[in-house]
Design a protein around this ligand. Structure first.
Ligand SMILES: Cc1ncc(COP(=O)(O)O)c(C=O)c1O
Length: 388
């Protein structure tokens, strides 16, 4: 048995889609990128979609375009992938961590206001594992204190809040196409925004600050004349090979999301009764996209005294599952515990106790579209057989 935590599942048509740009000879930020962006806007209902090289570059470009810079503070959940915080550092800002709500793994909206200072410029809510952050209170706080919202929707494909797709609440939404995500282009990212002038700025910054893209220039009357560069931009352009792959997958976007929901429901139905494993949060306001299936391993009620003991048990259980060919992962990491942030900001794990608990006691079970019934049954059987 070999059941990975995630497995890329591409159809023959999707694989062959890459040949089209290869044969056309136009390889970077051409028609295929435009097509992928259009399909993304239709799916998310965002007014503008801008394809880039990764979610990390999407977060970075968003903050840069919104004018975030040296000395500014950004509020970031303490439990997320490290890049949510890294982009703040890259721009010379200060990361201000906020603890999470342990039920949802997302930023605890009740703690945000206490983190706001005169220097706070942005909040970066993360829709972790496909569950939307609680956006209403975040939007209210941003309005009250005139703060930018950049949504980290890396895992947010198919995730909704009150019926609206994530990535449409803030200044921008930032998605990832890393292979562990529902739609993959190998590496890749997408920025969504409803702000037209911001979209223009981001498009420019993505492409060395150029006023016109190469494609626009080549389609124009005098393609031999180079564009002006009003900004000192970056190179965060997506290739047409990646976009062709993404665009082809968008043809079955709903099937992909529905399949993930069905797999999650099967897990829920079979595992909800276990009193030592907490399955992902469910609530009618939130439509979970199930980028992954994050659970809490809690053979006892977890507190700061017994957390190390429970962490050892969780790791032993992960070892046992791995020996049987079933891959699991901690849901993600607590960024304040990673050496760069721990050292730079002199942080202790207990400063953000829920993020600490989530780091030490969470476990994601394998979930990916294309997972067979036999594979899922095997995981369920092994989980149920586990003896604490
Ligand atoms: C919450 C979160 N933010 C950002 C990223 C970074 O995405 P990318 O690898 O596309 O840069 C990830 C990737 O896993 C993520 O999970």
């Amino acid at each position: 048995m070999n059941i990975p935590i995630a497995r890329t599942s591409l159809t023959e048509t999707e694989i062959n889609s890459v040949l089209e740009p290869l044969k056309s000879g136009w390889l970077v930020q051409g028609k295929k990128v435009g097509e992928f962006e259009e399909k993304w806007s239709i799916f998310t209902q965002a007014e503008h979609s801008i394809a880039v090289t990764s979610c990390t570059s999407a977060l970075h470009l968003s903050l840069a375009a919104l004018g975030f810079g040296p000395g500014d503070e950004a509020i970031v959940p303490a439990f997320t992938w490290i890049s949510t915080a890294n982009v703040v550092e890259h721009l010379g800002g200060k990361v201000v961590f906020c603890d999470i709500n342990l039920d949802t793994f997302n930023i605890d909206t009740e703690q945000i206001e206490s983190k706001i200072t005169e220097k706070t410029k942005a909040i970066l809510p993360v829709h972790l594992f496909g569950l939307s952050a609680d956006m209403d209170p975040i939007v209210k706080l941003a309005e009250k204190y005139n703060l930018l919202i950049v949504e980290d929707a890396a895992c947010g494909f198919g995730s909704k809040y009150n019926g609206n797709h994530v990535g449409t609440f803030g200044g921008t939404g930032c998605f990832s196409f890393h292979p562990r995500k529902a739609i993959t282009t190998g590496e890749g990212g997408m920025i969504t925004t409803n702000d037209g002038s911001l979209a223009v700025k981001i498009r420019r910054l993505r492409d060395h600050g150029a006023e016109k893209t190469d494609l626009q220039r080549h389609l124009g009357a005098r393609p031999y004349l180079l564009a002006d560069h009003p900004d000192a931009g970056y190179n965060q352009r997506m290739t047409d090979l990646q976009a062709a792959l993404g665009s082809a997958q968008m043809e079955r976007a709903n099937d992909i999301v529905n399949e993930r929901k069905m797999l999650a429901k099967t897990y829920d139905d079979c595992l909800d009764g276990l009193d030592w494993l907490r399955t992902p949060y469910k609530d009618s306001v939130f439509t979970h996209g199930y980028q992954s299936y994050p659970c809490m391993f809690m053979p006892d009620e977890i507190n700061l005294e017994n957390i190390e003991e429970i962490n050892i048990k969780r790791n032993d259980w992960m070892d046992d599952l791995q020996k049987m060919g079933i891959s699991t992962r901690p849901a993600t990491h607590a960024v304040h515990m990673l050496s760069f942030y721990r050292n730079k900001y002199q942080l202790d794990p207990k400063d953000f106790p829920n993020a600490y608990v989530a780091d030490q006691c969470s476990i994601s079970l394998p979930l990916f579209h294309g997972m067979t019934t036999e594979e899922q049954d095997a995981v369920i059987e092994q989980v149920k057989e586990h003896n604490n």
